[in-house]
Design a protein around this ligand. Structure first.
Ligand code: HEM
Length: 595
């Protein structure tokens, strides 16, 4: 074995300045350098042959580039010159077959999700999509009775806490609501974590027991012997969250590094023993129910595949397939909705005029009777409500950053028509950010950074989204569009209608926030801070807590807590982009760890 520092080839000499390479055998370096140089030369040749030019290299994530995480960055800056909705349209729709999530994604997620609709590609994805899609019919996704029950408990719990004179942690509340609703909708088994009681603010010295029952505040993921519904919910959510954080870290570190970091220990094992254990139990129960049903002649209407699991067991008896699919849908559906609802209330608390308009619409269209059942047609009539949700999804898309990999080489049109098209080699990993695309003034107008639901109702809708629907992609688009999109709109609309019917206003309650979180972190405050509309924590978590005024008999001021101190600065050269590039925002948004 030769040591590089003694035997330098020209290629190695170039690399030698990187001291960490000094211990590499020269043959490895030879191969590495020659491959890199050959690749670059080959790509330039292929680009010329296709009458195209090479894509300007991403300036952003140096370490991402080094580790081969990402080849092209699309739409990352407000003033993107090369990022172009047409490229995203190709990836999602017009040339869909040429792009995959890729092995790196499956590798990173495999120990958590196995293989399912969310993380597979090609024929495997088609199979899983065809298995799950029929479940999301309109009949099922308008299960308003289910939402109503859970929304009502939410309101009761809020009311109770507000009457005690304490603020409500809204993010925690939405996490509970979506967990209860999702587990019941998907599996027919509810965690009842709303009923466990809500957490108290930090300054309550001897908080009654419910505060410790928050499934989002516990750090313990170890199984306990005193199993009851509270500890189960606690363990499940914390473990699920932890596994998602590990996935997120793996994505950020890339396929070369994370396996090294986890050489001795699979970091998802411990939390997934808890999560998988729970899912395996409900899968077993669903299979037993199926067996039992088979023994009988006729199925009752309720037995005909009411839950996702009942639907899936009609197609397969394989417990691993069932477990994986259930987890795939759960990971896709729960935090996304909880996060969006939290961002909606955050935005409305910051924009009381928008809250007022929303309330007027809901009281006019639906009325103030919280006991009257809602029907789908009424919800559809609430156009401003949909605009509020869309505007929130525009500014705070819960999947802000994503990657797709090309299978074959191709070209993309140049955004500058005077230049040649852009060459995309086979195997190129393109990172794109809908978060940044949703905020680009060239695509959304000069007020792109502002929260204004009316942009989805007035002339701007036609002017911007009407002209190019691919500039608004919170749910992705094309054949791989979010399966739960309509379910999510219904669930969120329902919860918001009930909240708005009950509460006159929401405000932040900054004094309920731990002192260290009240001011923005210094390193995030850039010289070019242009907005405080983005006071979200990038490395910490959002905790939009509301102080609300109830309009119901007991009118009381509700404190609200906010843990949103860090300012995300959106100038093209500042911190958030770095965060986006390193995937931290993704983690913050999708996992939304709380407490
Ligand atoms: C506000 C709520 C939601 C948002 C913003 C959202 C967004 C998204 C996005 C962007 C994707 C594409 C991810 C990718 O391809 O990398 C996706 C996929 C998916 N979503 Fe959602 N989602 C939401 C709620 C839900 C719900 C409630 C469910 C189910 C109960 C769900 C089920 C799925 C599934 C199964 C996929 C994978 C589809 C496929 O790959 O074919 N989502 N979602």
């Amino acid at each position: 074995m030769h040591i590089v520092s003694h035997m330098l080839t020209p290629g190695q000499a170039r690399l030698d300045s990187r001291r960490w390479l000094c211990c590499f055998p020269s043959s490895v370096l030879d191969t590495l350098t020659n491959t890199i140089l050959y690749n670059e030369w080959y790509k330039a040749g292929r680009a010329r042959a296709s009458g195209a030019r090479l894509m300007p290299r991403a300036k952003g994530p140096k370490f991402g580039g080094w580790l081969g995480n990402v080849d092209i960055i699309e739409m990352m800056t407000k003033n993107a010159k090369e990022g172009y909705p047409e490229h995203i349209q190709r990836i999602f729709a017009t040339d869909f077959g040429n792009y995959v999530k890729g092995e790196r994604f499956q590798q990173a997620m495999g120990s958590v999700l196995g293989v399912g609709v969310f993380n597979s590609d090609g024929d495997m994805w088609k199979l899983h999509r065809s298995m799950t899609r029929p479940f999301f019919t309109r009949d099922r996704i308008t299960h308003f009775e289910l939402f109503d029950r859970h929304a009502l408990i939410c309101i009761q719990q809020m009311k109770k806490r507000l009457e005690e004179g304490y603020p409500v942690d809204f993010q925690d509340l939405m996490g509970r609501f979506t967990l209860d609703a999702a587990t019941e909708f998907l599996f027919g088994t509810c965690f009842h974590c709303l009923e466990d009681g809500l957490p108290y603010p930090y300054y309550v010295p001897t908080a009654p027991s419910p505060s410790s029952s928050s499934p989002f505040t516990s750090s313990s993921i170890l199984p306990t012997t005193t199993a009851n519904k509270t500890t189960n919910a606690q363990k499940f959510t914390t473990s699920f969250l932890l596994s998602q954080e590990v996935i997120s870290d793996r994505e950020r570190l890339g396929p070369l590094v994370w396996p090294l970091m986890e050489m001795w220990k699979d970091k998802t094992k411990e939390p997934m023993d808890v999560v998988g254990g729970w899912v395996e139990r409900i899968v077993r129960e669903a299979l037993e129910r199926k067996k039992e049903k088979k023994g009988r002649e006729e199925k009752t209407k309720e037995e005909e595949g009411e839950t996702l699991l009942d639907h899936l067991v009609e197609m397969t008896d394989d417990p691993t397939v069932l477990r994986d699919e259930a987890l795939n849908i759960m990971i896709a559906g729960r935090d996304t909705t909880a996060a969006t609802l939290s961002f909606v209330i955050y935005s409305l608390a910051k924009h009381p005029e928008a809250y007022k308009s929303l309330r007027e619409e809901i009281l006019r269209t639906i009325g103030s009777d919280t006991k009257k059942p809602l029907v789908y047609e009424q919800v559809k009539e609430c156009k401003y409500l949909r605009a509020v949700i869309n505007e929130t999804l525009r500014l705070f898309p819960v999947v802000p950053f994503n990657i797709r990999e090309s299978i074959r080489e191709t070209t993309w049109p140049s955004p500058d028509p005077t230049k040649e098209p852009l060459y995309v080699p086979a195997g190129t990993k393109t990172a794109y950010s809908v978060f940044m695309m949703h905020r680009r003034p060239d695509l959304w107008g000069p007020d792109a950074e502002e929260f204004d639901p009316n942009r989805f109702l007035d002339h701007r809708l036609k002017e911007y989204v009407g002209k190019n629907p691919f500039i608004f992609l919170p749910f992705n688009a094309g054949p791989r569009i979010c399966l739960g999109q309509q379910f999510a709109y219904n669930e969120m609309s329902f919860m918001l209608i009930r909240l708005v019917q009950y509460f006159e206003s929401f405000e932040f309650c900054v004094d309920a926030c731990e002192p260290e979180f009240r001011a923005p972190r210094k390193e995030w405050v850039s010289k070019s801070t242009d907005t405080d509309a983005l006071r979200i924590t990038l490395y910490e978590r959002l905790r939009a807590l509301s102080k609300s005024s109830s309009t119901q008999p007991n009118k009381k001021t509700a404190a609200v807590k906010q843990r949103l101190p860090a300012t995300a600065v959106m100038s093209p050269t500042s911190a958030p982009e770095k965060s986006l590039l390193s995937g931290i925002l993704l983690k913050t948004y999708t996992a939304l760890p709380v407490s």
